[in-house]
Ligand binder design. Structure first.
Ligand SMILES: NC(=O)c1ccc[n+]([C@@H]2O[C@H](COP(=O)([O-])OP(=O)(O)OC[C@H]3O[C@@H](n4cnc5c(N)ncnc54)[C@H](O)[C@@H]3O)[C@@H](O)[C@H]2O)c1
Length: 420
């Protein structure tokens, strides 16, 4: 078997890590048990370009249990866990082409190695694999049944390809599943952002005034958890409905211009650019802490921050830089303005990845089954898959819910019954 990992000797540690993650991935486990019996992916060649982590390893084991012939490569040169890659290749017989810190040439060579497998189903996290198929390996297109996309950035790229008429294979936007958003963006980001802030700064959240910029999926999760730790949370928004929701949820809502002078800690979660800018920095209290949990490091205007600082003291604590402003006050920047939950903590816990990877596994089955003819478009995850994942999660938690009676089903789908 051909593979390319850093060191096969790391496999034992990788296996321990994979098994530890598996404890907290009950939904994927339940799917794996069914896949083992039913083999819905029997003989299907799959290539997956994902972060090579312990959680991904459990997805790979699930696809393998379903009968898929799977090859993995990394979706980011820096996110590979070398011990996990070693264990996948040597303990589980899954070829992996990924080495942490690989240079760009090696990264793309590894993508080509994954494509040399001749996949019928592909999986992506950021659309690099699909993009390579469309540029270098168009010969593969006729035999590809479909692809799955894990992340927002990838879905944005693929929708742009679709709009330009450039997309030539069907894609399922796993990222857009409700079960993904609920767990990943809301509960995952909510907890891990607080975790990153605490690990980086070791501050007590209780009694602090924390400003959450953005009240979307991530912002709601973060605001809720910060309040749960005793912080007084202020929300800033640009969308009137979201802002109203924040007011009705009991938060103080105001413009960033006003919030700037009140906050002890600021966290941006908007996906927008320069949400914190020069006028805000200059209005902040001495000692204010700034961090970001949105995807790119553009939410805090770092250029302006540097421009108004007379001194920057890097590493006043691990992950924290001090900016001494020209007005004499100091503000602290966490994780260089990059995703604080990844920079200073461990990203999402396994339990969160369990949900989106369960959607990945079921979407692979859906694509491989080929019952619905899929056109070269970006599809939403079928509602049955979202519901199936939610149901499995509830079962794993021992939670039972009611089912509609026949009478209720008829009533809810009828327009003839009104006031009686
Ligand atoms: N940290 C993580 O692990 C993680 C996980 C998932 C998503 N994300 C990223 O977090 C960001 C937000 O994701 P989401 O799912 O919450 O998106 P969302 O679209 O649900 O919410 C974003 C909110 O920010 C608001 N907003 C936009 N510009 C603003 C501004 N200038 N000031 C105040 N509010 C503003 C929008 O009105 C919206 O309500 C994205 O960049 C996403 O990629 C991060």
């Amino acid at each position: 078997m051909d593979f390319d990992v850093k060191d096969e000797g790391l496999a034992a540690e990788g296996k321990r890590r994979i098994e530890w993650a598996d404890r907290d991935m009950p939904v994927l486990r339940a799917i794996r048990e069914r896949f083992e019996k039913e083999k819905p992916l029997k003989g299907i060649k799959m290539s997956a370009c994902l972060h090579i982590t312990a959680e991904t390893a459990n997805l790979a084991r699930t696809l393998q249990a379903g009968g898929a012939e799977l090859v993995l490569c990394a979706s980011n040169p820096l996110s590979t866990q070398d011990d996990v890659a070693a264990s996948l290749a040597t303990d589980y017989g899954i070829p992996v082409f990924a080495i942490r810190g690989e240079d760009t040439d090696t990264y793309y060579r590894h993508i080509q190695s994954a494509l040399a497998h001749g996949p019928q189903v592909t999986m992506d996290d950021g659309a690099d694999l699909v993009s390579a198929i469309h540029t270098d390996r168009t010969d593969l297109i006729p035999s590809i049944l479909g692809s799955m996309e894990e992340t927002t950035t990838g879905v944005i790229r693929l929708r742009a390809m679709e709009k330009d008429g450039a997309l030539r294979i069907p894609v399922v936007a796993v990222n857009d599943a409700d079960t993904k958003h609920l767990f990943d963006n809301r509960y995952g980001t909510g907890q891990s952002t607080v975790d990153g802030i605490i690990r980086a700064t070791d501050i007590l959240l209780a009694g602090k005034t924390i400003v959450a910029a953005g009240y979307g999926w991530c912002g709601r999760g973060f605001a809720m958890r910060a309040r749960g730790m005793g912080a007084n949370v202020i929300v800033t928004e640009v969308d009137p409905l979201r802002a109203l929701e924040a007011v009705m949820d009991g938060y103080r809502v105001m413009s960033m211009e006003r919030a700037a002078a009140e906050g002890d800690l600021f966290c941006t979660l908007t996906g927008d650019v320069n949400v914190l800018s020069e006028k805000h920095f200059l209005a902040m209290k001495d000692g204010a802490i700034l961090c970001n949990s949105g995807h790119f490091n553009v939410e805090i205007d770092l250029k302006a921050l540097k421009g108004i600082s007379k001194e920057v003291r890097e590493g006043v604590r691990e992950f924290v830089d001090a900016y001494v402003l020209r007005n004499g006050r100091t503000v602290y920047l966490v994780g260089e303005g990059r995703l604080v939950n990844l920079a200073a903590a461990e990203g999402h816990p396994a339990c969160v990845m369990d949900m989106s990877f369960a959607v990945q596994a079921l979407a692979s089955e859906y694509v491989a089954r080929g019952e619905t003819r899929l056109e070269p478009k970006v599809y939403n995850v079928p509602d049955e898959i979202d519901k199936a994942v939610a149901r499995l999660k509830l079962e794993s938690m021992g939670v039972n819910i009611d089912t509609l009676t026949d009478e209720q089903t008829r009533y809810l789908s009828s327009w003839t019954s009104g006031t009686t």
